[in-house]
Design a protein around this ligand. Structure first.
Ligand code: HEM
Length: 196
């Protein structure tokens, strides 16, 4: 994994998001792997429920007019319907109670949540490969982990360029970092609650 050497204040916005949330990311990564999501269909179903709650929580941002202006093409990116089709492939209903969903107070924090959701598709290359052990793929059961049609890396570079073009104030950037941190914390909390 790439290390970031510079001081946080000299980083681009996207790098600042990465630098500020690297330990949060790594603890989520470890926790997901500890839950052995690809060991069997029961564990994979639990992982899908977790992904569903996360993607349902971020889904409104992809429909938000202001965010769509800041991130052209945003409306085409949500993976909620793909997760729901994966759940159906496993014979599961996409039921979620509203209390399980996140609440995000402002659009700058929502940028951090979007960063978290879109970035998760980079690491998903590895997760997607693992689903093949369970005989799932982009057509069946693992649609939401499949690469963007443009490819994972080009898609991510485009999103990073959009983040860096926002020209936020320092305060707005800090809100976005807060949102990203909370998105990781929410993911972790949800994962733990589903393990109980
Ligand atoms: C077992 C689970 C996971 C693994 C193995 C994993 C792995 C990775 C890897 C290898 C990268 C690329 C890092 C780099 O190029 O420096 C990455 C990036 C990222 N992942 Fe994960 N990831 C996992 C889960 C998650 C989850 C659940 C989320 C969000 C909820 C997430 C959010 C991100 C973000 C935002 C980035 C972009 C980092 C950046 O370049 O700014 N990851 N992940």
């Amino acid at each position: 994994m790439e290390t970031i050497q510079e001081k946080p204040e000299t980083l681009t916005f996207a790098k600042r998001l990465k630098f500020s949330t690297r330990t949060n990311h790594d603890s989520v990564d470890q926790l997901v792997m500890q839950s052995a999501p690809f060991l069997n269909n029961i564990n994979y179903a639990k992982f899908l429920r977790l992904q569903h709650i996360f993607h349902l929580s971020v889904a409104p941002f992809y429909q938000n007019d202001v965010l769509q202006e800041w991130f052209p093409g945003l409306a085409d990116l949500p993976r909620l319907s793909a997760v729901e089709s994966d759940l159906k492939d496993l014979g599961l209903e996409p039921n979620v109670s509203s209390y399980q969903l996140a609440t995000v107070p402002n659009l700058f924090q929502a940028i951090g949540w979007l960063y978290c959701a879109e970035g998760s598709n980079i690491g998903a290359a590895f997760l997607y490969k693992e689903t093949q052990k369970l005989n799932f793929d982009a057509e069946h059961g693992a649609k939401h982990l499949a690469a963007h049609p443009e490819g994972r890396a080009p898609h991510w570079r485009k999103f990073v360029a959009q983040l860096d073009a926002l020209n936020l104030t320092e305060e707005q950037e800090s809100e976005a970092v807060k949102g990203a941190t909370e998105a990781f914390a929410f993911y972790k909390k949800t994962l733990i609650s589903l393990e109980d």
